[in-house]
Design a protein around this ligand. Structure first.
Ligand code: SF4
Ligand code: SF4
Length: 363
Protein backbone atom coordinates (compact mmCIF):
# COMPACT_ATOMS: atom_id res chain seq x y z
CA UNK A 1 0.00 0.00 0.00
CA UNK A 2 2.56 2.51 -1.11
CA UNK A 3 1.66 6.03 -0.03
CA UNK A 4 -1.01 4.84 2.41
CA UNK A 5 -0.62 4.69 6.14
CA UNK A 6 -0.84 1.46 8.02
CA UNK A 7 -4.11 1.20 9.94
CA UNK A 8 -3.88 0.26 13.61
CA UNK A 9 -7.13 -0.86 15.20
CA UNK A 10 -7.40 -1.24 18.95
CA UNK A 11 -10.24 -3.55 19.94
CA UNK A 12 -11.35 -2.70 23.45
CA UNK A 13 -11.42 -5.05 26.39
CA UNK A 14 -14.75 -6.45 27.60
CA UNK A 15 -13.59 -5.61 31.11
CA UNK A 16 -13.77 -2.17 32.69
CA UNK A 17 -10.41 -2.85 34.31
CA UNK A 18 -8.71 0.58 34.47
CA UNK A 19 -5.35 -0.99 33.55
CA UNK A 20 -6.86 -2.25 30.29
CA UNK A 21 -8.36 1.14 29.45
CA UNK A 22 -5.10 2.88 30.30
CA UNK A 23 -3.09 0.62 28.00
CA UNK A 24 -5.57 1.14 25.16
CA UNK A 25 -5.58 4.91 25.64
CA UNK A 26 -1.81 5.20 25.96
CA UNK A 27 -1.30 3.19 22.81
CA UNK A 28 -3.83 5.27 20.87
CA UNK A 29 -2.38 8.57 22.12
CA UNK A 30 1.23 7.64 21.34
CA UNK A 31 0.34 6.38 17.88
CA UNK A 32 -1.70 9.49 17.12
CA UNK A 33 1.20 11.69 18.12
CA UNK A 34 3.59 9.76 15.88
CA UNK A 35 1.41 10.52 12.85
CA UNK A 36 2.77 7.42 11.11
CA UNK A 37 -0.43 5.38 11.22
CA UNK A 38 -4.19 5.70 11.14
CA UNK A 39 -5.57 4.76 14.56
CA UNK A 40 -9.05 3.61 15.48
CA UNK A 41 -10.79 2.14 18.48
CA UNK A 42 -13.56 -0.42 18.12
CA UNK A 43 -15.43 -2.50 20.72
CA UNK A 44 -14.35 -6.04 21.57
CA UNK A 45 -14.15 -7.92 18.26
CA UNK A 46 -15.88 -11.10 19.39
CA UNK A 47 -18.96 -9.25 20.62
CA UNK A 48 -19.61 -7.06 17.58
CA UNK A 49 -22.44 -8.15 15.29
CA UNK A 50 -21.82 -8.16 11.55
CA UNK A 51 -23.74 -4.90 11.11
CA UNK A 52 -22.08 -3.07 13.99
CA UNK A 53 -20.46 0.15 12.79
CA UNK A 54 -17.11 -0.98 14.21
CA UNK A 55 -17.30 -4.09 12.03
CA UNK A 56 -18.31 -2.02 8.99
CA UNK A 57 -15.32 0.19 9.59
CA UNK A 58 -13.04 -2.86 9.70
CA UNK A 59 -14.51 -4.15 6.44
CA UNK A 60 -13.72 -0.82 4.81
CA UNK A 61 -9.99 -0.89 5.53
CA UNK A 62 -8.32 -1.62 2.19
CA UNK A 63 -4.73 -2.35 3.18
CA UNK A 64 -2.62 -3.90 5.89
CA UNK A 65 -4.01 -3.87 9.40
CA UNK A 66 -2.41 -4.08 12.81
CA UNK A 67 -5.14 -5.43 15.04
CA UNK A 68 -4.50 -5.17 18.77
CA UNK A 69 -7.02 -6.98 20.96
CA UNK A 70 -7.44 -8.89 24.19
CA UNK A 71 -7.54 -12.18 22.33
CA UNK A 72 -4.98 -14.71 21.21
CA UNK A 73 -3.76 -13.65 17.74
CA UNK A 74 -5.08 -16.88 16.19
CA UNK A 75 -8.54 -16.25 17.69
CA UNK A 76 -8.55 -12.62 16.53
CA UNK A 77 -7.35 -13.46 13.00
CA UNK A 78 -10.01 -16.11 12.40
CA UNK A 79 -12.78 -14.06 14.01
CA UNK A 80 -11.90 -11.30 11.53
CA UNK A 81 -11.83 -13.83 8.68
CA UNK A 82 -15.25 -15.10 9.71
CA UNK A 83 -16.58 -11.55 9.41
CA UNK A 84 -15.12 -11.22 5.89
CA UNK A 85 -12.13 -9.14 6.98
CA UNK A 86 -9.52 -11.27 5.26
CA UNK A 87 -5.84 -11.25 4.49
CA UNK A 88 -2.75 -13.26 5.34
CA UNK A 89 -1.43 -13.60 8.85
CA UNK A 90 1.34 -11.07 9.31
CA UNK A 91 4.46 -12.17 11.13
CA UNK A 92 5.13 -10.27 14.31
CA UNK A 93 8.14 -10.46 16.55
CA UNK A 94 6.01 -9.73 19.59
CA UNK A 95 5.92 -12.83 21.72
CA UNK A 96 5.73 -13.23 25.43
CA UNK A 97 7.90 -15.88 27.01
CA UNK A 98 5.26 -18.58 26.73
CA UNK A 99 5.17 -18.10 22.97
CA UNK A 100 8.91 -18.59 22.47
CA UNK A 101 8.40 -21.94 20.76
CA UNK A 102 5.72 -20.60 18.47
CA UNK A 103 6.29 -21.07 14.73
CA UNK A 104 6.31 -17.96 12.61
CA UNK A 105 3.10 -17.31 10.70
CA UNK A 106 4.95 -18.18 7.47
CA UNK A 107 6.14 -21.49 8.86
CA UNK A 108 2.64 -22.22 10.11
CA UNK A 109 1.21 -21.47 6.68
CA UNK A 110 3.73 -23.82 5.05
CA UNK A 111 3.06 -26.59 7.57
CA UNK A 112 -0.68 -26.06 7.39
CA UNK A 113 -2.86 -28.86 6.12
CA UNK A 114 -6.07 -26.93 6.51
CA UNK A 115 -8.41 -25.82 3.73
CA UNK A 116 -7.48 -22.18 4.31
CA UNK A 117 -9.41 -18.99 3.88
CA UNK A 118 -11.35 -18.20 0.70
CA UNK A 119 -9.94 -15.52 -1.58
CA UNK A 120 -7.83 -13.74 0.98
CA UNK A 121 -6.45 -10.59 -0.65
CA UNK A 122 -2.68 -10.03 -0.64
CA UNK A 123 -2.56 -7.89 2.43
CA UNK A 124 -1.31 -8.63 5.91
CA UNK A 125 -3.25 -8.64 9.13
CA UNK A 126 -0.95 -8.46 12.14
CA UNK A 127 -2.71 -9.48 15.34
CA UNK A 128 -1.24 -8.37 18.65
CA UNK A 129 -2.37 -9.77 22.01
CA UNK A 130 -2.74 -6.93 24.50
CA UNK A 131 -2.42 -9.41 27.38
CA UNK A 132 1.21 -10.15 26.52
CA UNK A 133 2.68 -7.03 28.14
CA UNK A 134 1.46 -4.62 30.79
CA UNK A 135 2.83 -1.45 29.19
CA UNK A 136 2.57 0.14 25.77
CA UNK A 137 6.24 0.26 24.82
CA UNK A 138 6.67 -3.28 23.37
CA UNK A 139 3.57 -2.75 21.19
CA UNK A 140 4.78 0.67 20.04
CA UNK A 141 8.19 -0.79 19.15
CA UNK A 142 6.55 -3.54 17.12
CA UNK A 143 4.21 -1.14 15.33
CA UNK A 144 7.17 1.13 14.46
CA UNK A 145 8.92 -1.92 13.01
CA UNK A 146 5.84 -2.83 10.98
CA UNK A 147 5.54 0.75 9.70
CA UNK A 148 9.11 0.68 8.41
CA UNK A 149 8.51 -2.76 6.90
CA UNK A 150 5.29 -1.59 5.21
CA UNK A 151 7.00 1.42 3.69
CA UNK A 152 9.30 -0.91 1.75
CA UNK A 153 6.39 -2.93 0.34
CA UNK A 154 4.36 -2.00 -2.69
CA UNK A 155 1.38 -4.30 -2.48
CA UNK A 156 -1.16 -3.12 -4.98
CA UNK A 157 -4.50 -4.47 -3.85
CA UNK A 158 -6.43 -2.88 -6.71
CA UNK A 159 -4.28 -4.67 -9.30
CA UNK A 160 -4.91 -7.96 -7.53
CA UNK A 161 -8.63 -7.37 -7.49
CA UNK A 162 -8.80 -6.28 -11.14
CA UNK A 163 -6.86 -9.34 -12.25
CA UNK A 164 -8.89 -11.75 -10.17
CA UNK A 165 -11.55 -13.86 -11.87
CA UNK A 166 -13.81 -13.12 -8.92
CA UNK A 167 -13.37 -9.39 -9.35
CA UNK A 168 -16.91 -8.51 -8.36
CA UNK A 169 -16.66 -10.49 -5.15
CA UNK A 170 -13.23 -9.12 -4.35
CA UNK A 171 -14.20 -5.49 -4.85
CA UNK A 172 -15.96 -5.53 -1.53
CA UNK A 173 -12.56 -5.21 0.06
CA UNK A 174 -12.28 -1.76 -1.45
CA UNK A 175 -15.94 -0.84 -1.59
CA UNK A 176 -17.82 -2.85 1.01
CA UNK A 177 -21.55 -2.77 1.41
CA UNK A 178 -22.87 -2.59 4.92
CA UNK A 179 -24.32 -5.83 6.17
CA UNK A 180 -27.78 -5.45 7.60
CA UNK A 181 -29.98 -7.87 9.46
CA UNK A 182 -32.78 -9.23 7.30
CA UNK A 183 -35.02 -9.85 10.27
CA UNK A 184 -34.27 -13.56 10.49
CA UNK A 185 -31.13 -13.09 12.48
CA UNK A 186 -29.16 -13.55 9.26
CA UNK A 187 -26.83 -10.84 8.07
CA UNK A 188 -27.12 -9.98 4.40
CA UNK A 189 -25.72 -7.39 2.02
CA UNK A 190 -28.19 -4.67 1.16
CA UNK A 191 -27.35 -2.57 -1.85
CA UNK A 192 -29.75 0.17 -0.81
CA UNK A 193 -27.93 0.84 2.40
CA UNK A 194 -25.44 3.65 2.50
CA UNK A 195 -21.84 2.75 1.88
CA UNK A 196 -19.66 3.64 4.84
CA UNK A 197 -17.01 4.95 2.47
CA UNK A 198 -19.53 7.44 1.13
CA UNK A 199 -20.71 8.66 4.49
CA UNK A 200 -17.37 9.78 5.74
CA UNK A 201 -16.57 6.79 7.92
CA UNK A 202 -13.91 5.45 5.58
CA UNK A 203 -10.67 4.73 7.34
CA UNK A 204 -8.89 6.73 4.65
CA UNK A 205 -10.78 9.83 5.60
CA UNK A 206 -10.93 9.07 9.28
CA UNK A 207 -9.44 11.34 11.82
CA UNK A 208 -6.79 9.70 13.98
CA UNK A 209 -7.98 7.53 16.85
CA UNK A 210 -11.52 7.64 15.60
CA UNK A 211 -13.79 5.65 17.87
CA UNK A 212 -15.69 3.54 15.39
CA UNK A 213 -18.74 2.36 17.25
CA UNK A 214 -16.78 2.26 20.50
CA UNK A 215 -19.76 3.71 22.34
CA UNK A 216 -22.31 1.59 20.44
CA UNK A 217 -23.80 -1.11 22.65
CA UNK A 218 -22.49 -4.65 22.35
CA UNK A 219 -23.53 -7.66 24.37
CA UNK A 220 -21.36 -10.62 25.25
CA UNK A 221 -21.65 -13.51 22.86
CA UNK A 222 -20.54 -17.14 22.66
CA UNK A 223 -19.89 -19.05 19.47
CA UNK A 224 -17.19 -21.18 17.85
CA UNK A 225 -14.63 -19.72 15.48
CA UNK A 226 -13.03 -22.02 12.89
CA UNK A 227 -9.30 -21.80 12.21
CA UNK A 228 -9.26 -22.74 8.52
CA UNK A 229 -5.49 -23.07 8.52
CA UNK A 230 -6.09 -26.22 10.57
CA UNK A 231 -9.57 -27.33 9.51
CA UNK A 232 -9.55 -30.24 7.05
CA UNK A 233 -13.30 -30.10 6.39
CA UNK A 234 -13.80 -33.53 7.96
CA UNK A 235 -17.34 -32.60 9.13
CA UNK A 236 -16.98 -34.23 12.55
CA UNK A 237 -18.21 -31.04 14.24
CA UNK A 238 -21.39 -30.86 12.16
CA UNK A 239 -22.23 -34.47 13.11
CA UNK A 240 -21.46 -33.87 16.77
CA UNK A 241 -23.34 -30.60 17.34
CA UNK A 242 -27.03 -31.26 17.86
CA UNK A 243 -27.98 -27.59 18.05
CA UNK A 244 -27.69 -26.66 14.37
CA UNK A 245 -24.73 -24.34 14.77
CA UNK A 246 -22.71 -25.68 11.83
CA UNK A 247 -23.55 -25.73 8.14
CA UNK A 248 -21.77 -25.73 4.79
CA UNK A 249 -21.24 -22.95 2.29
CA UNK A 250 -21.71 -23.07 -1.47
CA UNK A 251 -18.27 -24.68 -1.79
CA UNK A 252 -19.28 -27.40 0.69
CA UNK A 253 -16.91 -26.01 3.28
CA UNK A 254 -17.81 -26.20 6.93
CA UNK A 255 -18.95 -22.93 8.44
CA UNK A 256 -20.53 -21.62 11.60
CA UNK A 257 -23.97 -20.90 10.22
CA UNK A 258 -26.19 -20.21 13.23
CA UNK A 259 -23.64 -18.95 15.69
CA UNK A 260 -26.13 -17.73 18.27
CA UNK A 261 -27.57 -21.27 18.62
CA UNK A 262 -24.38 -22.21 20.47
CA UNK A 263 -24.79 -22.85 24.19
CA UNK A 264 -23.09 -20.25 26.33
CA UNK A 265 -20.04 -21.56 28.14
CA UNK A 266 -20.09 -24.92 26.35
CA UNK A 267 -16.95 -25.76 24.33
CA UNK A 268 -17.90 -29.40 23.57
CA UNK A 269 -17.17 -29.53 19.84
CA UNK A 270 -13.70 -28.04 20.30
CA UNK A 271 -12.77 -31.22 22.18
CA UNK A 272 -14.03 -33.38 19.32
CA UNK A 273 -12.29 -31.60 16.45
CA UNK A 274 -9.28 -33.76 15.47
CA UNK A 275 -7.29 -30.73 14.28
CA UNK A 276 -7.86 -28.38 17.21
CA UNK A 277 -9.40 -26.02 14.69
CA UNK A 278 -12.39 -24.89 16.77
CA UNK A 279 -11.71 -21.89 18.98
CA UNK A 280 -13.89 -20.43 21.70
CA UNK A 281 -11.97 -17.17 22.23
CA UNK A 282 -13.50 -16.48 25.64
CA UNK A 283 -12.98 -19.93 27.17
CA UNK A 284 -10.86 -20.02 30.32
CA UNK A 285 -8.65 -22.80 28.93
CA UNK A 286 -5.88 -21.26 26.82
CA UNK A 287 -5.90 -24.27 24.49
CA UNK A 288 -9.58 -23.85 23.66
CA UNK A 289 -9.28 -20.05 23.51
CA UNK A 290 -6.76 -20.22 20.63
CA UNK A 291 -3.35 -20.24 22.29
CA UNK A 292 -0.54 -20.87 19.82
CA UNK A 293 1.04 -24.24 19.29
CA UNK A 294 -0.20 -27.78 18.90
CA UNK A 295 -2.66 -28.16 21.71
CA UNK A 296 -5.46 -30.45 22.78
CA UNK A 297 -4.16 -33.55 21.04
CA UNK A 298 -1.74 -34.22 23.87
CA UNK A 299 0.24 -37.32 23.13
CA UNK A 300 -0.49 -38.69 26.56
CA UNK A 301 -3.69 -37.61 28.26
CA UNK A 302 -2.62 -37.79 31.90
CA UNK A 303 -6.22 -37.41 33.04
CA UNK A 304 -6.74 -41.02 31.95
CA UNK A 305 -4.27 -42.14 34.59
CA UNK A 306 -6.62 -40.92 37.28
CA UNK A 307 -9.83 -42.24 35.78
CA UNK A 308 -10.99 -38.79 34.63
CA UNK A 309 -13.09 -38.66 31.45
CA UNK A 310 -11.34 -38.44 28.11
CA UNK A 311 -11.82 -35.33 25.99
CA UNK A 312 -14.51 -37.11 23.97
CA UNK A 313 -16.35 -38.31 27.08
CA UNK A 314 -16.17 -34.81 28.51
CA UNK A 315 -17.50 -33.35 25.27
CA UNK A 316 -20.41 -35.82 25.32
CA UNK A 317 -21.17 -34.93 28.95
CA UNK A 318 -21.13 -31.20 28.14
CA UNK A 319 -23.43 -31.78 25.18
CA UNK A 320 -25.81 -33.86 27.31
CA UNK A 321 -26.01 -31.06 29.88
CA UNK A 322 -27.15 -28.65 27.18
CA UNK A 323 -29.57 -31.15 25.64
CA UNK A 324 -31.24 -31.73 29.02
CA UNK A 325 -31.34 -27.98 29.70
CA UNK A 326 -33.27 -27.69 26.41
CA UNK A 327 -35.73 -30.37 27.55
CA UNK A 328 -34.26 -33.00 25.22
CA UNK A 329 -32.86 -36.42 25.96
CA UNK A 330 -29.22 -37.05 26.70
CA UNK A 331 -27.52 -39.11 24.00
CA UNK A 332 -24.14 -39.81 25.57
CA UNK A 333 -21.68 -41.37 23.17
CA UNK A 334 -24.38 -42.77 20.89
CA UNK A 335 -24.63 -39.85 18.43
CA UNK A 336 -22.07 -37.98 16.39
CA UNK A 337 -18.96 -39.56 17.89
CA UNK A 338 -16.54 -40.28 15.05
CA UNK A 339 -15.68 -43.91 14.52
CA UNK A 340 -12.05 -42.89 14.53
CA UNK A 341 -12.36 -41.88 18.19
CA UNK A 342 -13.80 -45.17 19.37
CA UNK A 343 -11.27 -47.14 17.33
CA UNK A 344 -8.50 -45.09 18.86
CA UNK A 345 -9.81 -45.89 22.30
CA UNK A 346 -9.84 -49.59 21.50
CA UNK A 347 -6.33 -49.60 20.11
CA UNK A 348 -3.25 -49.84 22.23
CA UNK A 349 -1.88 -46.33 22.66
CA UNK A 350 0.99 -44.46 24.28
CA UNK A 351 -0.84 -44.47 27.58
CA UNK A 352 -0.74 -48.27 27.57
CA UNK A 353 3.00 -48.13 26.87
CA UNK A 354 3.48 -45.67 29.69
CA UNK A 355 1.55 -47.84 32.14
CA UNK A 356 3.64 -50.85 31.08
CA UNK A 357 6.81 -48.83 31.70
CA UNK A 358 5.57 -47.91 35.17
CA UNK A 359 4.79 -51.60 35.89
CA UNK A 360 8.27 -52.59 34.73
CA UNK A 361 9.81 -50.17 37.18
CA UNK A 362 8.41 -52.44 39.92
CA UNK A 363 7.41 -49.50 42.13
S1 SF4 B 1 -14.20 -31.07 13.16
FE1 SF4 B 1 -12.56 -29.54 13.00
S2 SF4 B 1 -11.37 -30.15 11.19
FE2 SF4 B 1 -13.34 -31.21 11.08
S3 SF4 B 1 -14.66 -29.84 9.87
FE3 SF4 B 1 -15.02 -29.33 12.01
S4 SF4 B 1 -13.60 -27.64 12.41
FE4 SF4 B 1 -12.90 -28.63 10.52
S1 SF4 C 1 -20.28 -25.90 21.81
FE1 SF4 C 1 -22.01 -27.29 21.71
S2 SF4 C 1 -23.72 -26.07 20.92
FE2 SF4 C 1 -21.85 -24.91 20.53
S3 SF4 C 1 -21.29 -25.47 18.45
FE3 SF4 C 1 -20.18 -26.85 19.81
S4 SF4 C 1 -21.44 -28.67 20.06
FE4 SF4 C 1 -22.72 -27.04 19.15
Amino acid sequence: MAGKKLTVVISQSQSKNPAHRELEETLAAELMMSGDVEVSLVPHLYDMSHDHSGMLFLKGIPGDIVFASWLYPRAAFWTLDRAGIRGHEGITTLHDEEDEEELSAEQQEQASKGIGSVDAPPRKIYCLDLRSFGDAEPYLDEIRRLVSEASTQTVDLMSFIQGNPKQEQMERYLNPLPIVNNGNGQPTNNGSAQNPQQNGSSPNGASPAETNGASEKVTRRWYPVIDYSRCTNCMECIDFCLFGVYGVDTLDRILVEEQDNCKKGCPACSRVCPENAIIFPQHKSAQIAGAPGEVGNLKIDLSQLFGAPTAIELAAQERDTELVADGREAVGLSVGIPKRQTEENAERDELDDMLDDLDNLGL
